[in-house]
Ligand binder design. Structure first.
Ligand SMILES: C[S@@+](CC[C@H](N)C(=O)[O-])C[C@H]1O[C@@H](n2cnc3c(N)ncnc32)[C@H](O)[C@@H]1O
Length: 192
């Protein structure tokens, strides 16, 4: 756990218990299609027995979707909000041996260097105050050749220069399930 994340980050207190609970409820209602689409992408790209990290995991619905599709992978979820992490941990149920949640800032992750095979993140990057530093941190924890998948709102600010430490960087629109328009985008890249 990163102590820094609990203290000096500008958004540490934004997702408090009330907002986190409300977000979980809304996300269960409206984001299932996105989680299923992202989980399918992760399941297709993660190597056998992969270590997968979900950054800004929120209430942890995505790691549960991924675990349901790939019995061989081990998952971590990190979030700046201790309340989100509490909700994610309480919901993990029988998957507790395969999914671990921690409070941490994307810019100061507790994972060792080169320890993760695939990093995924949904609807969180637009909240990171220093995306260049955050993405460099994702590159630190990914092993060389590891996969980065960052999904966010399509119209959120995108800074390609944040990804200079990665190879084969591509950004494409994503329209999951029944959504009438491509509201989301996906950045896919490979760690050097
Ligand atoms: C809109 S929610 C998305 C949650 C989840 N990924 C989903 O798709 O439902 C954004 C999440 O990013 C987290 N977050 C924001 N800034 C962060 C940071 N610097 N480090 C880690 N998590 C962060 C928030 O606490 C929040 O849980």
């Amino acid at each position: 756990m990163s102590d820094r994340s609990r203290t000096d980050h500008p958004r540490t207190h934004y997702f408090d218990r009330r907002r986190s609970t409300a977000y979980d409820r809304r996300a269960r209602r409206s984001l299932g299609g996105l989680y299923r689409r992202v989980a399918a992408d992760v399941a297709a790209l993660a190597p056998p027995d992969a270590v997968v990290l979900d950054v800004g995991t929120g209430p942890g619905q995505l790691p549960r979707e991924i675990a349901a599709r790939r019995a061989d992978v081990v998952l971590g979820g990190v979030d700046l909000s201790a309340d989100m992490v509490d909700i994610a941990t309480a919901a993990v149920g029988d998957l507790a041996s395969r999914i671990t949640f921690q409070v941490a800032d994307v810019a100061a992750l507790p994972q060792p260097d080169d320890s993760v095979d695939l990093v995924v993140s949904t609807l969180s990057m637009h909240e990171w105050p220093d995306r260049r530093r955050a993405v460099a941190e994702l590159g630190r924890v990914l092993r060389p050749g590891g996969v980065l998948l960052v999904y966010d709102f399509r119209f959120a600010r995108f800074e390609p220069e944040a990804f200079t430490g990665f190879a084969d960087v591509r950004r494409v629109p994503v329209r999951p399930g029944w959504w009438p328009v491509a509201l989301f985008s996906r950045v896919v890249a490979s760690a050097r």
